[in-house]
Write a new protein. Structure first.
Lengths: 499, 305, 326, 326
C-alpha cells in the first residue's frame, strides 16, 4: 500500500464527441477503501468519464493518477493491468461463450502443456468465487441462456477475478431486483472492507446514500459538487443534479377508476408462467413486483404476443383477443415498453425520430406514405415533453446517453396513444428528475383514462405510483394488494417466501 | 488390373465423352455426333464435364470420376492445355484409350491415341485473308478475343495475326481484348474498343461464338455494321441473318458434329487395337452471302440453326 | 449536414472519375454514343442493385442474383418460345422460331414472376427457418445455376426477334431506359418516403426491436427478397434481349459486382444504412471506371486490379468521412 | 450434451451420404482409388477451410481465398522457375525447365509467405481502417485475379517436375496428406485449447467485450487473416502440383465452396460459433456428395441443384437441432 490517500485522481479531464463536449475540465478523487458515488442527470457525462478511466476513450486533456502515479491508458488492457476494472452500463459479455470463459477472457489460466489453457482450473475458480459470494450461477452455462440479472452478476465476477484495486460500477443495480441488489451491496461492502475502492454510479438515491462514503455530482460535463455523503441529504444531491428543488417526487393522483379495460385469465406460456389472472381498469395504474425470474417480463411478453400463450385468454375492452404478434397487440391498442433497451428497444444507428415513430405510422395517418415534416414536428414536441437531451430529432440514437435513449422509447409509446400500456422497468437508468417527469406522465395517462401495468423492481416506485400491486413468484401470481392496504415488507415477504 | 468394365443396362460397353463445358450449344452438337457414332458402333456414352469451360479443376475431377467407373475409352475436349496433362497421363497409365478432340493438350503425344480438331490456326488464317481481301489490303482491324489461355481460340487469333502480318503488310491490328467469355462482356469490350478507336476501325475479327455474337451486337448497337467488316467464328441465327442482311462479312464455321463423330470413331478403333492417325484435322467452312443458302440446306447444325 | 456529407463522397468520386476520363481521353469519353453506351450497359446492374439495396439495408445479402438472372432469362425465353407455339424438338434443337409480340410480353412477365417467386422462397427460408441469408442464397445460387443449365441441357435459347429491350424505343427513348428510370424512381421513393422503407431500415438496425415495435418482420423480408427477384427477372430480360438469346450461364459472378456497387454507394453490410442515390452512384462509378479504363487502353487484367483498388478506396474514404463527421 | 448433439448432426449426414453411395454404387465408390481420390481432392479445400473457420468464427469472411490461391500458385511457380535459373524468355515462353529440389522448396515457401503477406494486408485494412471484411476481400479478390493474370500475360507457368505434393510420398504416405493432417491438427488445437482460440470466439461473439477485456483485437484479426493466407498459399502449391502448372485462374469461385463447407460444419456467419471438426465434416460432406453423384451418373447440372439443396438442408437441420436443444 502506498501512503497516498487517494487511490484514484482524475485531473482536468476534457472529452468531446465532435461538437458535443461531454466532459469539461473534470477533476475528482476517490479515497482508498471507500465507495465513491457519481451522480448526475442522464447525459451528464458519468459513463464517459469512466470510459476515459478504463481506456475505452482517450481524453482530450487532463491526466489520470492511480495511487499517485500518472497513468496513460491507450487500451482497456492497460487499465486492467493497472488494477482498474469496469462494469459497463450496457451488457458487456460474449453471448456465445460460457460464464467461466467470459470471466477469464484475456486472463486465461494456462496449463503445464505449452499454449494450452487449463479449462478445469478456470471452472473451479469461477465456482469457488460464486460459492464465496453466494451467487447461484453455473460456471459452464452459456451467457445467451442467462437473464439480465444473472449477466450483471457475471460482470461482477469478471471484475472480482481480475483482482482489481479499483472497481467501477456503472448502474449495476439497474437490472437487479431488490434481493439481488441486497446481495450486491453485501459484496460491495465486503470489497471495501478489503481495501478496494469502488466507484459507484446509480440513479437510485436510497442506495447511493446508504452505500457511499463520498459523493460527486456531475452536471453538463462538469463536477458541480463533491463531498462526504454523510454531509448531504437526498434533497441536496437532487438539487445539485437538477439545479432546482424536486418537490413531491411521487405526485399525487386523483383519478376515479373507469370500467374494466384489460383482463388476463389464467395465462400460461412456455417461458414458465402459469395461472396469471388479473384485471386493469381504465385510469388505473397496476404495479407488478417480484424477484428476478419471477416471470413478470414473461407475462408482459405473453400479453404482447412475443411468446405465444399456451393457456388462458385475454379480454380487452370487453373483447376476447388472440394476439400472435406485437403488431396485432399494437393494432388493438396495447403497448409494451420492453425492459431490455439494447436488445429489443432501440435501433441504435437510426435517427431518434425514426425510433419514435416506428410503431406509430398507422396511427399518425402515415399508413403507406410518410410525412417527413409532420414527423419532425411531432418528434420535437414529444422530445420536449419527456425532456430528451439531443442535438436534433434526426441525430442517431447512438449519440444519446443511455437514459436519454430510454426517454426516446417512452416518447415512442406516448405517441402510440394506446388504451393499455405495459411499462417494464420504465425508469431503469433514468435520472431522478426525469423519473419524476415519467411519474407525472403516468398520472396524465391515468387521468386520460388509460390502463397501465407497471413492472418494477423498485418497491418505493411501485408504492409511490400504483393503485394496486400484484406480486409474482416462480411464474405465477401470488398476491394482489390495494397499495394503501399493504406495506413493502408484506410484498417482499410474499415475493420471496416459498409457499 | 481392372475389376470389371462399366456396362450399361443392355450390356454395351461405355465410352466417356468429356466436353470442355456442358453449357454450350456447340458442345451439344458435338454430343450429337458422338452419340451417332456410338449408336452405329454399338457403344453407350457418358456425357459429363464441367458446366463452365473455364473450370479446369472440375474437368480434372470428371476425368478421375469416369476412370473410377471403368469406362473402356475416353474422348476428351481439354479445357486447359497444361492442367489436363497429368489426368491424361493417368488415363494412359490405367490403360484406357483416349482421344483428344477440339483443343490440344500438352505433355507427350504418346499419352493419347489421336487428336481430332478443327484446324484453328488455318481457320484464323482464312478469316485474315477474307478481311484482307474485302478491305483491299489496307485498314485497321480489332480482335474480340475469348477468355485467356484457351488453346483453340488462341490458335485462331494467332493464325489471324500471323497471316495478316505476312500477307497484308498495310493492315494494322489496333486493338485486341480478352473477355470474360459471355456475350454481354464481349459486347461491352467490343463497344469500348470501337469507341476508343472511333472512326478508325475497318475490320473486326471475333474468335468464337460468344465473341461473334457480342461483337455483332456491339456493331449493330453503334450503327457500324457494314462500315466495319466483320468476320466471326462459329454461327447462330442472329449471325446468319447478319450475313443475309449484309451486316456480317463472313463466318468461319466448324463442324462440331463431325468432331464428336470422329472422336468416338477414333477411340473405338483404338479400343479395338487398330492403328489411328495421331492428328485428324476436321475442316471448317466459310459461310458468306454466296455460300449461306447451300450451308443452310446441307449443314444446318454447323450454322447453329 | 452529416447525411449530406455521406452522400457527397461517392458523388465526388463519381465526378472525379468523370473528370479524369474527360481529361485523359476526351475525344472518346465525352461522346453521346459512349455515355449512352455506359448507361445502357449499367442499366442491368442498376435494376438489380436497386433490389439489393433493400436486402443489404436489412443486414441481409443475396448471393443468388447472378445465377437467378440466368434462370429467369432461360424461363422467360422458354415461355416466349412456347407461347409462340414452338414444339419441344424445335426448342431444344435451338432452331430459329418466329416470336409474336404477345409471346414476348408474356415471356417478360414470366421472367419477372419467376424471379419474384424464387426470391420469395429465399425470403421464406430466411424468415421461417431462421437461416442466414448468406447460406440460403449461396445454396440457391447453386440450384439456380443447375436449373438453368438443365432447362435446355446447358444450351441457350435463341430469341433473336426479342429486340424490344435492346433497340426498342418509345418516343425516341429506349424502352430499357424508361424501365430503368421507373424502377429507380419507385424503389427510391419506397425506401425514403414510405412506411415499408422505414421498416427496411429498422429490421437492418435491430430486428428484435423492429419485431417488438410491431413490424411484421417476416412479411417485410419476404417482400424484399421477392422484390429483388422480380427486378432480377426484369434485368434478365434486358440481358436476353441484348444477347438475342438467353444464356444459362448469364450473370456469372454478377452478384459480386452488384454487392460491391451497393456497398460503395454507402450501404453498410451490418444493416440499417444506405440509400438509393448512393447505390446509383456506386453502380455508375463502377460502370464509368470500367469504360474509361478500356478507353485508355488498359488491359482487362489491369482493370481487375484497378477495380479492386477502387472498391477498397471508396469504402475507405467513406469510412474516414463518417468518422470525421461523427 | 448440447454441444455433442450439434456436432453429431453433420457427422450423421456424412455417415448417411457415405452409406447411400456404398449402397447405390458399391463397386465404384468403395474402392481404395476412389476414396483416396476424394480425400486428396478435398485436401486443398480442407486446408483452406481450416483458415476460413477462424475467419468466420470472428464474424468475418474472406471472399478472396479463391483468387488468392491462383496468385499464390503463380508466385510460387515463378519463384521455382527463377530459383532454377530460368531466364525471363524461357519462363514466359512456357517451355519446360528442370527444377531443382531447393528451388521447389523455395517456391513453396514463397507461395506460403505471399499468402500470409496479402492475407495480413486484408486483415490490416479490416482492423486499421475498420472496413467490412466482405468488401475488403471482395476488392482483394479482384486485385488478386488481375495480378495473377498479369504475371505471365494470362498464361500458366509449367512446373512439371514439381510432383512432390501430388504423387510424392514419405514412408508410403502422400506428402500432401501429411501436410493436411498437420494443418488440421495444429489449427484444431489452436482453436480449441489456446488463448488465441478463445480470443477468436470472443471477437466473433462480441468484439467490444473482447476489446474491453484487454484482447488485442487488431493483432488477433490480422494474425487470423494472415494465417488463412498462409494456408491458401500451401493449398495453392498442392493444386499447382496436381495440375503440373500454376494457373492464373485457379481457384475460380472456390471461396464459395469453402465458405459453404465451413458453414455446413456449424460455423455461424454471425460469429462466435463453430469448430474444426465441424469444418472437416462439412468439407468431406461436399466432397463425397460430388463424387457419389458423379459415380451415379448424375449430370453436373443435377449435381449443382443437389448441392444447393444439401447446403440449405444441412443448415436447416442444424438450425432445428439447435432450437430443439435450446
Ligand atoms: N459515442 C458518443 N458519440 C457522441 N456523443 C456521445 C457519445 N457517448 C456519449 N455522448 C454524449 O456525451 C454526453 C454524456 O454521455 P454519458 O453517456 O457519459 O452520460 P451519463 O451521465 O452516463 O448518462 P446516463 O445516466 O443516461 O447513462 C451525452 O450528451 C451524450 O449524448
Ligand atoms: N437463477 C435462475 N436460474 C435459472 N433460470 C432462471 C433463474 N432466474 C430466472 N430464471 C429464468 O429466467 C426467466 C425470467 O427472467 P427475468 O429476469 O426476465 O424474469 P422477470 O420476472 O421479468 O424478472 P425481472 O423483471 O425482475 O428481470 C424465467 O423463465 C426463469 O425460469
Ligand atoms: Mg451512463
Ligand atoms: Mg423483467
Amino acid at each position: 500500500m502506498s501512503d497516498v490517500a487517494y487511490a484514484l485522481s482524475m485531473e482536468h479531464i476534457s472529452k468531446s464527441f465532435g461538437p458535443v463536449q461531454a466532459l469539461k475540465d473534470v477533476t475528482f478523487s476517490a479515497r482508498r477503501g471507500t465507495v465513491h458515488a457519481l451522480c448526475g442527470e442522464n447525459g451528464a457525462g458519468k459513463s464517459t468519464l469512466m470510459k476515459v478511466l478504463s481506456g475505452v476513450y482517450k481524453e482530450d486533456a487532463g491526466r489520470i493518477l492511480v495511487d499517485g502515479v500518472v497513468q496513460e491508458f491507450a487500451a482497456p488492457g492497460q487499465a486492467i493491468e493497472a488494477g482498474i476494472s469496469m462494469l459497463y452500463q450496457e451488457l458487456d459479455l460474449a453471448e456465445d461463450m460460457t460464464v467461466y470463459e467470459n470471466v477469464f477472457l484475456g486472463r486465461e489460466i494456462m496449463s503445464s502443456i505449452p499454449f494450452k489453457t487449463d479449462v478445469q482450473a478456470m471452472i473451479d475458480r469461477t465456482r469457488a468465487l460464486c460459492v464465496h459470494y453466494n451467487f447461484a450461477i453455473d460456471p459452464e452455462a452459456l451467457i445467451r441462456d442467462l437473464t439480465l440479472g444473472q449477466c450483471q452478476i457475471v460482470e461482477l465476477l469478471k471484475a472480482l477475478m481480475r483482482s482489481a484495486t479499483i472497481i467501477v460500477m456503472d448502474e449495476p443495480t439497474s437490472s437487479l431486483s431488490e434481493g439481488e441488489a441486497e446481495n450486491l451491496f453485501k459484496v460491495v461492502r465486503a470489497l471495501r472492507q478489503r481495501g478496494l475502492t469502488i466507484i459507484y454510479i446509480s440513479h437510485r438515491m436510497e442506495e447511493v446514500m446508504a452505500l457511499s462514503d463520498d459523493l460527486s455530482i456531475l452536471r453538463d460535463g462538469e463536477v458541480v459538487h463533491s463531498d462526504r455523503t454523510s454531509q448531504m441529504s437526498v434533497d441536496d444531491v437532487v438539487r445539485h443534479m437538477v439545479g432546482r428543488e424536486l418537490k413531491d417526487f411521487y405526485p399525487a393522483r386523483n383519478v376515479a377508476l373507469g370500467a374494466v379495460c384489460f383482463e388476463a385469465d389464467g395465462l400460461a406460456s412456455d417461458e414458465g408462467i402459469h395461472d396469471v389472472s388479473f384485471t386493469v381498469h381504465k385510469g388505473e395504474v397496476v404495479g407488478m413486483a417480484g424477484l428476478v425470474g419471477a416471470g413478470r417480463t414473461e407475462t408482459a411478453r405473453a400479453i404482447f404476443g412475443v411468446q405465444p400463450l399456451t393457456q388462458g385468454s385475454i379480454r380487452f375492452k370487453g373483447e376476447t383477443l388472440r394476439i400472435k404478434r406485437p403488431e396485432q397487440a399494437i393494432g388493438r391498442g396495447i403497448a409494451l415498453l420492453t425492459e431490455d433497451r439494447k436488445r429489443t428497444g432501440i435501433c441504435t444507428n437510426l435517427p431518434c425520430s425514426w425510433n419514435m415513430t416506428l410503431p406509430n405510422y398507422e396511427r399518425l395517418g402515415m399508413k403507406r406514405l410518410l410525412n417527413l415534416s409532420r414527423e419532425r414536428s411531432l418528434c420535437e414536441a414529444l422530445g420536449k415533453r419527456v425532456r430528451v437531451k439531443w442535438s436534433e430529432p434526426d441525430a442517431p440514437a447512438s449519440s444519446l446517453s443511455g437514459g436519454n435513449q430510454q426517454k426516446v422509447l417512452i416518447a415512442r409509446w406516448l405517441m402510440a396513444d394506446t388504451e393499455f400500456i405495459i411499462f417494464d422497468e420504465p425508469t431503469r437508468g433514468i435520472d431522478v428528475g426525469a423519473k419524476k417527469e415519467i411519474y407525472t406522465i403516468i398520472n396524465e395517462l391515468a387521468a386520460a383514462g388509460k390502463a397501465q401495468l407497471l413492472i418494477s423492481s423498485e418497491l418505493p416506485e411501485l408504492f409511490g405510483v400504483c393503485d394496486r400491486i400484484l406480486v409474482m413468484r416462480r411464474g405465477t401470481l401470488v398476491g394482489d394488494f390495494i397499495t394503501k392496504e399493504t406495506t413493502p415488507e408484506q410484498v417482499m415477504h410474499i415475493a420471496a417466501v416459498e409457499a | 488390373k481392372k475389376l470389371s468394365s462399366a456396362t450399361s443396362d443392355n450390356n454395351r460397353q461405355v465410352i466417356a465423352v468429356i466436353p470442355k463445358g456442358t453449357a454450350s450449344m456447340w458442345w451439344e452438337v458435338v454430343h450429337k455426333g458422338a452419340a451417332q457414332a456410338a449408336r452405329e458402333l454399338g457403344y453407350d456414352i457418358i456425357w459429363t464435364g464441367p458446366e463452365q469451360e473455364s473450370d479446369r479443376e472440375k474437368q480434372i475431377q470428371a476425368v478421375e470420376d469416369v476412370m473410377a467407373k471403368h469406362v473402356v475409352g475416353i474422348v476428351l475436349g481439354p479445357n486447359d492445355f497444361q492442367a489436363l496433362v497429368r489426368p491424361v497421363e493417368k488415363v494412359k497409365e490405367a490403360g484406357i484409350p483416349c482421344v483428344i478432340i477440339d483443343s490440344a493438350v500438352g505433355g507427350s503425344e504418346d499419352n493419347y491415341a489421336s487428336f481430332a480438331a478443327t484446324d484453328n490456326h488455318a481457320g484464323g488464317a482464312a478469316a485474315a485473308r477474307r478481311i484482307g481481301a474485302v478491305l483491299n489490303g489496307r485498314g485497321n482491324v480489332i480482335i474480340t478475343k475469348f477468355i485467356q489461355n484457351s488453346a483453340s481460340t488462341d490458335a485462331r487469333a494467332a493464325g489471324f495475326i500471323e497471316t495478316l502480318g505476312d500477307e497484308f503488310p498495310n493492315m494494322v491490328i489496333v486493338d485486341q481484348q480478352f473477355t470474360l467469355g459471355t456475350p454481354e462482356d464481349c459486347r461491352q469490350k467490343t463497344a469500348d474498343m470501337l469507341l476508343r478507336n472511333r472512326d478508325k476501325v475497318d475490320g473486326l475479327f471475333a474468335v468464337n461464338h460468344p465473341s461473334s455474337v457480342g461483337a455483332f451486337k456491339a456493331l449493330d448497337g453503334l450503327g457500324l455494321t457494314g462500315r466495319v467488316k466483320m468476320v466471326g467464328f462459329d454461327s447462330d441465327k442472329v449471325l446468319v441473318e447478319g450475313i443475309e442482311a449484309g451486316k456480317v462479312e463472313a463466318l468461319i464455321v466448324q463442324n462440331p458434329f463431325e468432331i464428336g463423330y470422329q472422336g468416338v470413331q477414333l477411340v473405338v478403333k483404338a479400343i479395338n487395337g487398330q492403328s489411328v492417325a495421331k492428328r485428324v484435322p476436321i475442316p471448317s467452312m466459310i459461310a458468306d452471302r454466296d455460300s449461306i443458302e447451300r450451308l443452310k440446306r446441307e449443314h444446318p447444325t454447323a450454322l447453329g440453326l | 449536414m452529416n447525411k449530406f456529407a455521406k452522400q457527397l463522397l461517392p458523388f465526388c468520386s463519381l465526378i472525379f472519375i468523370f473528370s479524369l476520363w474527360t481529361f485523359l481521353v476526351p475525344n472518346e469519353f465525352l461522346t453521346v454514343t459512349n455515355l449512352t453506351n455506359v448507361f445502357s450497359r449499367s442499366s442491368v446492374n442498376l435494376i438489380m442493385a436497386a433490389g439489393m439495396t433493400f436486402v443489404i439495408i436489412t443486414a441481409g445479402i443475396d448471393l443468388s442474383v447472378g445465377t437467378m438472372m440466368g434462370m429467369c432469362g432461360m424461363t422467360g425465353a422458354l415461355a416466349m418460345l412456347r407461347f409462340s407455339g414452338a414444339g419441344t424438338d424445335q426448342i431444344s434443337g435451338g432452331g430459329s422460331i418466329e416470336l409474336t409480340t404477345a409471346a414476348m410480353t408474356g415471356g417478360v412477365l414470366v421472367s419477372v414472376l419467376t424471379g419474384a417467386f424464387v426470391g420469395g422462397i429465399n425470403g421464406a427460408l430466411i424468415t421461417r427457418l431462421k437461416l442466414a441469408p448468406f447460406i440460403v442464397t449461396l445454396g440457391a445460387m447453386s440450384i439456380f445455376r443447375g436449373s438453368s443449365l438443365l432447362m435446355n441441357n446447358g444450351k441457350p435459347f435463341a430469341v433473336s426477334d426479342f429486340t424490344l429491350l435492346d433497340t426498342g424505343r418509345v418516343a425516341g427513348v429506349p424502352v430499357s431506359v424508361i424501365l430503368l428510370v421507373l424502377v429507380l424512381a419507385v424503389t427510391g421513393f419506397v425506401l425514403k418516403y414510405t412506411r415499408f422503407g422505414r421498416y427496411t431500415y429498422a429490421i437492418g438496425s435491430n430486428v428484435d426491436t423492429a419485431f417488438h415495435a410491431g413490424v411484421n418482420v417476416n412479411r417485410v423480408l419476404v417482400s424484399i427478397y421477392a422484390l429483388t427477384g422480380a427486378l432480377v427477372g426484369l434485368a434478365a430480360m434486358i440481358t436476353t434481349s441484348r444477347a438475342s438469346s438467353a444464356q444459362p450461364t448469364a450473370g456469372l459472378a454478377l452478384e459480386l459486382d452488384i454487392i460491391a456497387a451497393v456497398i460503395i454507394g454507402g450501404c453498410s453490410p451490418g444493416g440499417g444504412r444506405g440509400s438509393m442515390v448512393g447505390t446509383i452512384i456506386g453502380t455508375l462509378l463502377i460502370g464509368f471506371l470500367r469504360n474509361g479504363l478500356t478507353l485508355c487502353g488498359i488491359s482487362t487484367n489491369w482493370q481487375l486490379v484497378a477495380i479492386g483498388l477502387i472498391i477498397i478506396l471508396a469504402v475507405t474514404a467513406d469510412q474516414i468521412a463518417t468518422r470525421r463527421a461523427a
